[in-house]
Design a protein. Structure first.
Length: 341
């Protein structure tokens, strides 16, 4: 085969020019942001990997990816992989985490007025809570979060109603709680009503609840059915008394600094994706808790349904000790919640 030097040189120059044009085009493509690095939204939460909360985060991540065409990438770390709530909310502040979630009971440690959404026997039903939190008072909480903690609440989720599980006797009346060591989160909104019932509230870390029940360090604890099943508390409890003393809404919170770093279109995508994902989660949590309760009963734990009126009457006497230090705004919000729309 004859080798044509001139043809080879022309081909080389042609190919080099094409390569140069391609490199220039690629350089322009990257510099204009078409393939710019995606913004990473790191999520940490404490709920189980098979929880309705985790499923909602997964749906949220998919929706964000689709709406932003991949410019915002959501990474999810469930089950306390990035630490407990204290670690996660500090992470929002310092930038190691962009998003997390918890009930108002914890968030009220950062922004006290939020405690108005998390009082024993405040909410009558899932529908009552959903209706009221989606209105103007939910917006009041969000405004306070942004101003006082640089956190934005994107949506409300549903953890369900908390009830008492015990290892020595069922709880039929408030008197049955007298003298019992009951593990509750270390927050005034839990401690004060439990004291009013006559119980001895104990601040055992959540990770130690199982062994504390197993070794009789505490006689009981409280939580929603899905959490009882996921954490296997039913293995070390004999009774689950459906006191349903506290409805736990879930606040889906994002660092305001990170939120403001997003473009307007990305902000809208993140906000709408969160609202859609946790609207579905709200219904899924109801189904999950009902199914969990059936499994707890099938496993041999005795389920009983006490008359909640006596518990509610006592619990409401403790509201003042929780709300008075916060001020009139908290009381006004509670009064609005009690007036159904």
């Amino acid at each position: 085969m004859n080798f044509n030097k001139n043809q080879s040189r022309r081909a080389f120059l042609k190919n080099s020019a094409a390569a140069g044009a391609s490199a220039l085009a690629a350089s322009t493509f990257f510099s204009t942001g078409a393939f710019a690095s995606a913004k990473t939204l790191k999520v940490g939460h404490i709920e189980a990997p098979n929880s309705a909360t985790q499923k909602a985060y997964e749906a949220f991540a998919q929706k964000v990816a689709e709406r932003t065409n991949g410019s915002v990438n959501v990474e999810i770390y469930p089950a306390g992989q990035l630490g407990g709530l204290r670690d996660l909310y500090e992470g929002l502040r310092f930038g190691s985490v962009e998003m997390t979630s918890s009930g108002p009971d914890y968030v009220s440690n950062l922004v006290p007025v939020v405690v108005a959404g998390s009082l024993y026997y405040l909410w009558e039903s899932n529908d009552h809570a959903r209706e009221m939190l989606s209105g103007a008072n939910g917006a009041i909480f969000n405004k306070a979060l942004i101003e006082k903690a640089q956190i934005r609440n994107l949506a409300w989720g549903n953890l369900g109603f908390r009830s008492v599980f015990t290892n020595n006797r069922p709880i039929e009346t408030p008197e049955d709680l007298k003298g019992l060591k009951i593990r509750v989160p270390e927050a005034k909104l839990h401690l004060e009503p439990m004291k009013a019932f006559g119980a001895l509230p104990v601040g055992v870390p959540y990770a130690e609840v199982y062994t504390s029940l197993q070794t009789d360090v505490v006689s009981g604890a409280e939580g929603v059915p899905s959490a009882v099943l996921q954490q296997k508390f039913n293995e070390v409890s004999k009774y689950y008394s459906l006191t349903e003393h506290l409805f736990n809404p879930l606040m889906i919170t994002i660092s305001e600094r990170f939120y403001q770093s997003l473009s307007t279109a990305e902000q809208e995508a993140v906000t709408e994706s969160a609202r859609e994902a946790w609207a579905d989660e709200w219904d899924a949590a109801i189904v999950d808790n009902s199914a969990a309760l059936d499994k707890i009963a099938a496993g041999g734990v005795v389920i009983n349904r006490p008359d909640k009126a006596a518990f509610a009457e006592i619990a409401q006497t403790s509201w003042a000790s929780v709300l008075d230090p916060v001020g009139d705004e908290a009381w006004d919000i509670v009064k609005t919640f009690q007036r159904k729309a």
